[in-house]
Design a protein around this ligand. Structure first.
Ligand code: PEP
Ligand code: MN
Length: 358
C-alpha cells in the first residue's frame, strides 16, 4: 500500500528525535519530577505507561486512567507533549478525553490484528499521531499491516518504533534487534519515521548507548528511552532505566553521521562499493554452485532411498563452522546463522528432487 505520511512530532528537525520518560507512571510526584528534569533537555515527547502489559500476572499493571490526569499536568507545567500506550478502544477514548498528544501501540498489541483494528476504528476521524511498535515476533508484514490499518482509518501521522524481537533462551539482549527488519521497513517506506526503543531491546542499562549509536548509524530518526528518577526502585523494568542525568550524557555522546546517499559526495567510496558488488555477485555464484552439488547428493539419496537429513553430517557442519569462524574476522553467530541458512536452502533443493515423480 502506498502511504503519504506526515511528521509525528509536528516539526521537522535534525535527527535525533528524542522520546523519554519512565516505563510506568507510578505516582503523580514521580511523573512530574522526571518530566521537569527532562524538560531541561529539550526532549520531543514525554512517555509514561499507564496500562502496562506485563508478562506475568501479579506484576505492577499500571495505575490506569488516573495517570492520564498526571500526564495532563505534565503538559500544563512543562509544555512537553506526552504519549502513552493504548491497547483497546477504552484506552483510546480515555486518552482522547485527557488530551494525550501522541498514542503508541505496544509490541504485544501489534501482534493482534483484531486489537489494532479496534484501535484504528476508535480513531476514525481523529487527527492524532500514532506510533506502532514492532510485533514481538520477527514478522515485518504484521508490523506493516498494523501501520496500514491505522492509515486506512485516516491516521497519517504515523511512526514505527523498533523495540526488538523476543526469542527463546539466554541472549545478549532482552529482545534481539534483528536490524534487517527495520532496515527493510525503511526501504519500503522511506518517509516513515523510525524510532529505536533501545530500552526494550537491551533490557539492561549498560548497553543502551551502544544500541542507540547503532540506530543512529543506520539512519533511524530518533530514540525512545526509559528514564526514571530512581531507576533501581522503578515499579517496572528497573534494570533498563536510567536517570535523566545519565540519559543526557547518552544523548550528548551520540555521533550523528550524514544519512544522505554517499555516492554523490564521496566518490572514493564508490570504488569500494563496486568491489563489494563484485564480491556479492561472487558469493551468489559460489552458493549457486554449492546448491548444484547438493542437488547431486539429492539425486543419490533418492536413488538409494536415503532420507534428506543426515544428523551426523549436519552436526559435523555446525561444529566445523565454529572452528572456521575462529580463523576469520567473522562472528560465531554470523557464521552459524549463515551455515544454517545454506543448509536449509540445500534441504529445500533436495526436497524438490525427492518429491519429483520421475
Ligand atoms: C513499554 O514501552 O513500556 C512497553 C511495554 O513496551 P513493549 O510494548 O515494547 O514491550
Ligand atoms: Mn518498559
Amino acid at each position: 500500500m502506498q502511504m503519504k505520511l506526515e511528521n509525528v512530532f509536528g516539526a521537522e528537525k535534525q535527527r535525533p528525535y528524542i522520546i523519554a520518560g519512565p516505563c510506568s507512571a507510578e505516582t503523580e510526584a514521580q511523573v512530574l519530577a522526571i518530566a521537569h528534569e527532562l524538560k531541561e533537555q529539550d526532549i520531543d515527547l514525554y512517555r509514561a505507561g499507564i496500562w502496562k502489559p506485563r508478562t506475568k500476572p501479579g506484576s505492577f499493571e499500571g495505575v490506569g486512567a488516573l495517570g492520564l490526569k498526571w500526564l495532563r499536568r505534565v503538559k500544563e507545567e512543562t509544555g512537553l507533549k506526552v504519549t502513552t500506550e493504548v491497547a483497546n478502544r477504552v484506552h483510546v477514548d480515555e486518552c482522547l478525553y485527557h488530551d494525550i498528544d501522541v498514542l503508541w501501540i505496544g509490541a504485544r498489541t501489534t501482534v493482534n490484528p483484531f486489537s489494532v483494528q479496534e484501535i484504528a476504528d476508535a480513531l476514525k476521524g481523529v487527527d492524532i499521531p500514532v506510533m506502532v511498535k514492532n510485533p514481538i515476533n520477527a514478522d515485518l508484514a504484521l508490523w506493516i499491516g498494523g501501520i496500514e490499518r491505522l492509515y486506512k482509518a485516516g491516521i497519517t501521522k504515523i511512526a514505527a518504533i523498533h523495540r526488538g524481537f523476543s526469542s527463546f533462551g539466554e541472549t545478549n539482549y532482552r529482545n534481539a534487534p534483528t536490524w534487517q527488519i527495520p532496515i527493510e521497513l525503511k526501504r519500503q517506506f522511506p518517509d516513515l519515521t523510525i524510532i529505536n526503543d533501545n530500552s526494550h531491546i537491551c533490557g539492561r542499562r549498560d548497553i543502551l548507548k551502544e544500541i542507540a549509536q547503532v540506530a543512529m548509524d543506520l539512519n533511524f530518526d530518533g530514540i525512545m528511552t526509559e528514564v526514571h528518577n530512581d531507576p533501581d526502585n522503578a515499579w517496572s523494568d528497573a534494570a533498563q532505566q536510567i536517570t535523566p542525568k545519565v540519559f543526557h550524557e547518552l544523548v550528548q555522546s551520540l555521533v550523528i553521521r550524514e544519512s544522505q546517499d554517499l555516492d554523490i559526495k564521496h566518490s572514493d567510496l564508490s570504488s569500494i562499493r563496486s568491489k563489494i558488488d563484485v564480491l556479492d555477485d561472487e558469493l551468489l555464484r559460489i552458493l549457486s554452485d554449492r546448491m548444484k552439488l547438493s542437488e547431486e547428493i539429492g539425486k543419490y539419496k533418492k536413488a538409494h532411498n536415503i532420507s534428506i537429513l543426515q544428523p551426523g553430517r549436519w552436526n559435523e557442519i555446525i561444529e566445523k563452522s565454529e572452528q572456521k569462524a575462529k580463523k576469520t574476522n567473522l562472528s560465531l553467530s554470523f557464521v552459524s546463522e549463515l551455515f544454517r541458512a545454506v543448509h536449509q536452502e540445500s534441504i529445500n533443493h533436495q526436497e524438490e528432487i525427492l518429491s519429483k515423480n520421475d
